[in-house]
Ligand binder design. Structure first.
Ligand code: G
Ligand code: G
Ligand code: MN
Ligand code: NA
Length: 249
């Protein structure tokens, strides 16, 4: 409860920020898009990390407001740089609110942004139980031209069954699988299979949490499309992203 009211106040006082982490083409190393990640710099300790405060905000419902703020901020940034798409994480709670797709459409129009420059990342938590509703929202977003990516793939209970029911534009393989690469043969075979699965279902495949050059090299050999992780670039200020995507490259 305390965290929620502090968070609400932080939002009003402009104390929250978004940082951006690049996703690069596995073949060329070129920055292709970026993921927006929320930060609460003025909050010390664990509670200041989104892994902690997002679930709290989801429970209280404050996430709807936070999520709308994040979408709006990301759109301002898209409008400012107009070069690469920016991906925003959308919580299941926010995704399921009636009229979510309409609110995204209205925001895109208000900002005058091409829908193709917005990506939305959802986890399979979005899809659990409210299947029909989620399907309609996803279809609306994709018809508008907004890409929808399945985040944290492989860690949930029924990742595969969701691939049967929903068409995603992309698959983000959870970093747990990328870490397994260092351990041996099985990890590599598993990744190879996941990447082939994604491609066979017409999805782009992203590897998350790529921390070493060796991992990046293996993923490129396995035909992974995009790489994201500390080895390619840490989440940082919008200006740092600009520098990476500028025409001077
Ligand atoms: O950036 P970091 O690794 O600390 O993020 C921790 C978790 O918080 C991740 O699961 C990430 O998806 C989530 N997260 C970060 N920013 C946002 C956001 O703007 N909205 C939502 N719903 N989740 C976010
Ligand atoms: O759940 P989601 O995939 O949206 O979470 C992304 C989170 O992963 C962000 O909080 C980001 O800070 C974190 N992250 C990004 N790159 C790396 C990495 O290379 N290693 C690790 N351990 N975490 C990463
Ligand atoms: Mn994500
Ligand atoms: Na993820």
């Amino acid at each position: 409860r305390t965290i929620n009211s502090e968070l609400d106040r932080a939002l009003m006082n402009n104390e929250l920020t978004l940082v951006y982490q690049p996703l690069v083409c596995a073949r060329t190393g070129k920055v292709m898009s970026a993921e927006a990640l929320m930060r609460w710099p003025s909050k010390q300790g664990l509670a200041g990390s989104p892994g902690v405060f997002i679930p709290i905000a989801e429970e209280s419902g404050l996430i709807t407001k936070l999520g709308a703020w994040a979408l709006d901020q990301a759109m301002l940034e898209i409008k400012r740089q107009k070069t690469i798409p920016i991906a925003v994480n959308v919580s299941p709670v926010q995704f399921r609110v009636d009229g979510f797709a309409n609110s995204v459409e209205a925001a895109l129009e208000r900002h005058g942004i091409e829908p193709a420059l917005l990506h939305i990342e959802i986890t399979e938590g979005v899809l659990i139980s409210h299947t029909g509703e989620a399907q309609r929202t996803m279809n609306r977003l994709r018809q508008m031209g907004v890409q929808v990516l399945l985040d944290d793939f492989g860690t949930g209970y029924s990742s595969l069954s969701y691939l049967q029911q929903f068409q995603f534009d992309g698959l983000k393989i959870d970093r747990a699988f990328i870490q397994q690469l260092d351990i041996g043969h099985t990890g590599r075979e598993l990744l190879k299979s996941i990447i082939a699965l994604g491609h066979s279902l017409n999805m782009k495949v992203v590897a998350e949490g790529v921390e070493t050059e060796d991992q990046a090299a293996v993923l490129q050999l396995l035909s992974c499309d995009f790489l994201q992780g500390y080895a390619l670039g840490r989440p940082g200020a919008a200006d740092a992203l600009h520098a990476m995507t500028g025409p001077e490259e």
